[in-house]
Write a protein that binds this ligand. Sequence first.
Ligand code: 3Y8
Length: 246
Amino acid sequence: MARVLILGGTAEASALAETLAEAGRREVIVSLAGRTAAPRSGPAPIRRGGFGGPEGLRAYLEAERISAVIDATHPFAGRISEYAARACAAAGVARVALSRPPWRAGTGDDWQGAAGEAGAAALLPPGARAFLALGRQHLEPFAARADVWFLIRVVDPPTAPLLPGPHLAITGRGPFAVEDERALITAHDITHLVARNSGGAGARAKLVAARELTVPVIMIARPPPPPEPVVETIASALAWLDATLG
Ligand code: 3Y8
């Protein structure tokens, strides 16, 4: 039975793994960077932690006799996508990237584009009350903005203050509901929402709530897409796998 490695960390990766594990035609392993204490489990075994760069990943592919890799990592996880493309090329293993389309502003959306978290921090007006839906890893550019009050959503409870200035940390793992996002924004008198353009359904609710409450969004633009071939949906990733493995 062919062995498939899914580089995970998104709802699409979880759904792919579930579909393949239930079909029972291929052996599936999901790999996570290991950013959260207790990732959501599913039917496929989960491997956590880095591989030690492209060389380590190539060695893993050979040792584990992986026949195909689906890179379904988060659109901002650029480094692992680059490493996976290099490792698969070096090991002669077929690989596709599954990258869902970015969110686009629609009618009623008030979005300002930002280049990275530093760009977003610079766009916040003095005295803003900003909801940072960015997780725990990319907060340093906001540390200098002691004039801003921050609501910070992270997956695991923080073990130390996330910022030196005034803020409140809350925990949450998507998918989120619009009415909960609306209540959160209202309860904390949020004046600006800062988000990364992750795409997908799992974290879109906050954007709908911001539009309904006419709260402006500072949207951090996506990094360049992963190396080709790239597909945008679970169905096309499954079709690629069948075409590749038969
Ligand atoms: C460990 C696996 C599922 C997967 C859920 C999706 C949806 C929620 C959008 C907000 C924005 C954020 C964050 C987010 C999204 C889904 C999806 C997606 C954004 C889990 C997961 C892991 C992570 C790591 C986490 C990061 C963080 C980013 C929170 C599991 C739940 C903000 C990204 O606080 C922290 O320590 C969080 C750290 C890395 C920041 C970042 O740098 O990207 N993801 N998120 C993955 C690993 O170890 O490899 O624990 O179960 C996966 C999900 N994250 O099955 O339903 O499909 O996109 N995750 C961002 O886009 O801005 C949340 O709060 O509104």
